[in-house]
Design a protein. Structure first.
Lengths: 262, 262
DNA sequence: AGGGATTGACGAACAGTGTTCGTGAACGGA
DNA sequence: TCCGTTCACGAACACTGTTCGTCAATCCCT
């Protein structure tokens, strides 16, 4: 499935980095060699590169995905990749965009638009979780690629179904995607640590870490940190899911409130 | 000014990495050599290392802060740093914590607690902005160092002044610091790109980029992206400040709402 | 005061990283 | 059939974080 379409091409194929800020858009796939049998080795393409990057990421984590590792998996050298991808940053954006395409876009229902937005957020987080570390590339993206545009369009539709102002809807989409990206990044860093600790030997008991932190908070001197020590339990209660759901409630309540009060 | 205090020491100094997840706490400064005149070259210390890291970061950006660069600025080799700092990740945490110590903690006033929280968030963002890229290390921190604890304590105090539930207050602090960290990271990535573009020649006109993106959104096919193309103006309106203020309003309205409805 | 042990400093090296250059071969169009 | 474009790729460059082994300076103890 080709991502390319002349509609999305702002810059011409000769130069990946036309704009001063390197805002990149997917290139048209190399048009020639449409039919006929392939050569001995299957041709390299953006799709194949992104595919193997995703595979590696899913099985070995973000840090294992280097240009060399991708090239090796494709049985070639790292230099070959640069004919199809501008650089690693560009590849990361393509990877993220491909992931974004996985999340389903619901048909807006004015009666439960907020629940639908929450579900989209949950789905997005779930998609990121499949590829630990990919989210690190999300945060600096202006949605110009297909996947991000699709998400933005879906989110905007839900916001409008909820009767939000245009301005609130637009900024809220920004805020929501920034937040879900941040959560994914945070989780991926912890996952990476657990992975590293696992490689180094000792198993990691998550509950044990939580208990340790709680005990530490409680042990703090009450004269300097009265609240942290007193609220140690509240601060260490709940797993990632609980906190995520809490944040979703806060964000959606807030969006409604701000939209109403203008 | 020493950060160390036996209160904060969970692990003993012999090993930086005791816990399976490498949750590190500042070590007690080397106690020996309390008085007497120094040798020819001033002794290395955690403080001096963090100081030069901050200097480098402020003047040349995060990517310029490598162990080698820090060592060079201190007129020594990279290996010398590892006697005082476990690794780069640890150093990053110390740097972030030092930055966090710069933000002022207000005296809680129940009449304007929400405005006080907003101000703390603004101050935190401003502090991060001084050191582009430092925020990249924030996101995976459990507040166990002095600076982070101080912030958490201040935030909790303001939340309690606003009458929030313990649970809401605790989770909200988490959410708020995650968000402000995410904004700082996002900005730093853009700043890095601008920096890189500047190094490569062409000046970057921010307004021009915005105009370009807006034009691109408007040019999208209305049958596939009706909302994005129609709301192009709303989506590209407002600078970072406007969006940040919007997010603060959303977050605080949401916190109030969630706390009231239980 | 002298000797031994501790400990910070540090040069060199290792295993990686992203990226570029120049060569060589395969292919489509004329 | 030949030309010129286009992709593949080996080698190398300039980095990165980190570790090892050594050296000299310092403190403590006798």
């Amino acid at each position: 499935m080709f991502v390319s379409s002349t509609v999305f091409v702002m810059e011409q194929s000769k130069s990946f980095r036309a704009g001063p800020l390197n805002i990149r858009v997917t290139l048209p796939a190399p048009g020639w060699r449409t039919g006929a049998a392939g050569p001995q080795r299957e041709r390299l393409s953006v799709e194949r590169i992104v595919d193997t990057a995703l595979d590696l990421m899913r099985s070995k984590g973000y840090d294992a995905v280097s240009m060399r590792a991708i090239a090796k998996a494709l049985e070639t050298g790292p230099a070959s990749l640069y004919a199809h991808v501008a650089n690693k940053e560009h590849l990361d954006q393509l990877v993220v965009d491909r992931i974004a395409q996985q999340v389903p876009i619901p048909e807006p229902d004015p009666d439960r638009w907020d629940e639908q937005i929450k579900q989209m957020m949950r789905d997005t987080l779930a998609a990121y979780r499949q590829y630990p570390g990919a989210a690190r590339a999300t945060m600096a993206i202006i949605p110009t690629e297909l996947g991000a545009l699709r998400s933005a369009e879906g989110m905007l539709a839900l916001c409008k179904a909820g009767g939000l102002t245009d301005q609130v809807a637009a900024w809220a989409c920004d805020l929501l995607s920034l937040y879900v990206g941040a959560v994914a990044v945070e989780e991926s860093i912890w996952a990476e640590r657990t992975r590293a600790a696992g490689r180094a030997g000792a198993e990691v008991d998550e509950q044990l870490v939580v208990d340790q932190v709680r005990a530490y908070f409680e042990s703090l001197p009450a004269d300097r940190f009265p609240l942290v020590s007193a609220m140690a339990v509240a601060m260490t209660t709940g797993d990632g899911e609980d906190r995520f759901e809490f944040a979703l409630s806060v964000l959606l309540s807030g969006m409604r409130a701000v939209s109403e009060q203008g």
